[in-house]
Design a protein. Structure first.
Length: 231
């Protein structure tokens, strides 16, 4: 039964490329509602669908740390796009060039990647205990800087990374943890992303220039902001 399921996933499952497309589509719908719509039923429906995006991006980053050829280059890319995305992020959601009380999600992803980079360094040198204060410091920095999803976002990425090789029931544990944390909030709809991870076949899928996916974030925010100015 297990082998049949594995073969089915290899043939019909979701690869990394498919998950990226799903995350981008979900994020776009979420931001269309957040930037262009007034609160109402349509607004809430799109924001609910949009909750799927962040868990998928967290999942993909944890996978990316495992498969990347250079954690340094990975961190540099995230840092560059965190800086490039900040003005579009502030324009879209605050209608101003600079808003210090909220930082875009690339900063959250960057902090998590740095923790995992440091963990791998500590693992090779048999100094694993050093990774704990590093993770705490990253979560504290996320909260201090008000990055999107903050410490909880970093926690999700770390859990995806460290629980990766557990059986399928790990997603039940994660769903229970985050479900308890987000109960009664719009963010609870993020749990709908977790069944998708069961279909992930660990294949890369079609290869496109990685900067298309990175650039989508600031570019679509700028476009939505421009539309909001016209409307």
């Amino acid at each position: 039964m297990r082998q049949a399921w594995r073969r089915w996933k290899e043939t019909y499952g979701l690869n990394g490329f498919c998950l990226k497309l799903l995350a981008m589509a979900s994020m776009l719908l979420d931001h269309v509602a957040a930037v262009l719509l007034v609160p109402g039923q349509e607004y809430m429906n799109l924001r609910a669908v949009g909750r799927l995006a962040f868990p998928i991006f967290c999942f993909l980053l944890a996978e990316g740390v495992i498969y990347t050829h250079s954690l340094k280059a990975y961190a540099i890319r995230l840092a560059v796009f965190a800086v490039l995305s900040e003005i579009p992020f502030d324009l879209a959601f605050q209608n101003r060039v600079w808003y210090p009380d909220a930082q875009n999600v690339f900063f959250t992803l960057l902090l998590a990647e740095l923790v995992l980079w440091f963990y791998q360094w500590a693992f090779r040198r048999q100094k694993l205990l050093l990774a704990i204060p590093a993770a705490v410091a990253a979560m504290a920095a996320a909260e201090f800087l008000h990055t999107d999803y903050g410490a909880m976002g970093i926690c999700m990425i770390l859990l995806f990374y460290f629980l990766r090789d557990l059986p399928w029931w790990k997603y039940l544990l994660l769903a229970a943890f985050f479900g308890f944390t987000w109960w009664g909030q719009l963010q609870i709809y993020a749990l709908l992303a977790f069944p998708l991870f069961l279909l992930y076949n660990r294949a890369r899928g079609p290869v496109l220039n990685k900067y298309i996916f990175y650039g989508f974030y600031p570019v679509h925010l700028l476009i939505l902001w421009a539309i909001s100015c016209i409307l």
